[in-house]
Design a protein around this ligand. Structure first.
Ligand code: FPP
Length: 233
């Protein structure tokens, strides 16, 4: 069968989608057109991930640092995300996609929050692929929030497991593999705690150009990695 051609398919992949702005500049388009094409790449990648049998994907869609961008760009990303969720909601159900989020959603516009709530609710019983959107997410803020949650619950000492369970990712497995496109080799405050033993991969392709072929190559690279978790193989 097609998906069995590659061994050791990671259960959870994190994707730092970088290069939308550069892609747009190269085409002589606005940055928001780059994000629009970036969303098309998200949808394409969802299909490819299902095909390869990946169970969870976390997309870094909006970081706690992205508020520094122009109002026009920030609003553009919000509107594109809202419209994407709205137009694809039924299609997510058909594909067995469950949408979840990590990050602090409260500062987002009401229309986007409503769309997120409805999409999460409508897709909560789907189990083919969890598409976890990191929105207003920062890895450090995630750890601080987890510790504060534990303090609120009365903890005076915490364990690694306590923190892990109180992160936004809660029940989700830790990412086995994290891909950042566009050739930049940084983590940029993505899932810091959860990525302790993740395999990292930095292909040159700009995110809007990412397709099934790039994913297949990435999965082949992952299948050859030798994960030791600090031990000896
Ligand atoms: C990085 O490219 C991309 C972002 C900061 C935003 C990406 C967001 C989307 C594609 C929308 C995602 C929405 C969903 C629903 C998953 P960049 O702008 O930093 O590119 P550059 O480094 O080339 O300027």
């Amino acid at each position: 069968m097609f998906k069995n051609k590659i061994k050791n398919i990671p259960k959870h992949i994190g994707i730092i989608m970088d290069g939308n702005g550069r892609w747009a500049t190269l085409q002589g388009l606005s940055r928001n057109m780059g994000h629009k094409e970036g969303i098309n790449a998200v949808d394409r990648t969802i299909n490819a991930l299902i095909k390869f049998g990946v169970k969870v994907v976390s997309f870094f869609a909006f970081s706690t640092e992205n508020w520094k961008r122009s109002e026009e760009e920030v609003n553009g990303i919000f509107n594109l995300t809202r419209d994407f969720l709205h137009s694809k909601r039924n299609n997510f159900k058909e594909r067995g996609v469950r949408i979840t989020t990590i990050g602090e959603l409260s500062p987002f516009p009401e229309d986007l929050k409503k769309e997120l709530d409805k999409t999460k609710e409508d897709t909560k019983n789907n189990d083919k692929l969890i598409v976890n959107l990191a929105l207003n997410y920062g890895g450090r803020a995630d750890i601080v929030r987890a510790v504060n949650n534990l303090i609120d619950k009365g903890a005076t000492k915490v364990t690694e497991q306590d923190i892990l369970e109180n992160l936004y990712t809660g029940e989700l497995p830790e990412p086995d593999f994290v891909i950042r496109t566009s050739g930049e080799e940084r983590i940029s405050n993505f899932m810091l705690y959860q990525m302790a033993y993740s395999e990292l991969y930095f292909p040159k392709v700009l995110w809007p150009n990412f397709n099934e072929r790039h994913l297949r190559k990435a999965l082949k690279v992952y299948s050859k990695r030798n994960r030791r978790y600090g031990g000896i193989k």
